[in-house]
Design a protein around this ligand. Sequence first.
Ligand code: 5GP
Length: 117
Amino acid sequence: MTDTLFGKIIRREIPADIVYEDDDVLGFRDIAPQAPVHVLFIPKNQAIPTLDDLRPGDAELVGKLVLAAAEYARREGLAQKGYRVVMNCREDAGQTVFHLHLHLLAGARLGHFGAPR
Ligand code: 5GP
């Protein structure tokens, strides 16, 4: 398992504001939030570097990440007004941590995204 900053968070070697946990997924607040609610959901037991490294056998894991975010949003009362999930893959998307993760952004009307910078 390749080690990253998120590996250290999973092992509680560095602190994080953990807001969701189940057998497979850990959710914690982003240190530099881009919306009033910004939570990262990561696989706990596998360190897959990028979306491009996913294989068909990882379908269940990806589903678990998405379901964890949806469950958290419902639990926190965010689902009715809505939210966005984002997964960045490599350089052009601005990926900075190479442990697969899903961003949940919520708590405000989100602006348009996806335009080149
Ligand atoms: P990426 O840009 O790779 O899609 O997302 C990585 C995210 O991790 C960024 O939004 C960044 O703010 C967040 N991040 C980086 N270092 C830390 C940290 O030490 N703790 C937490 N909670 N988030 C971090």
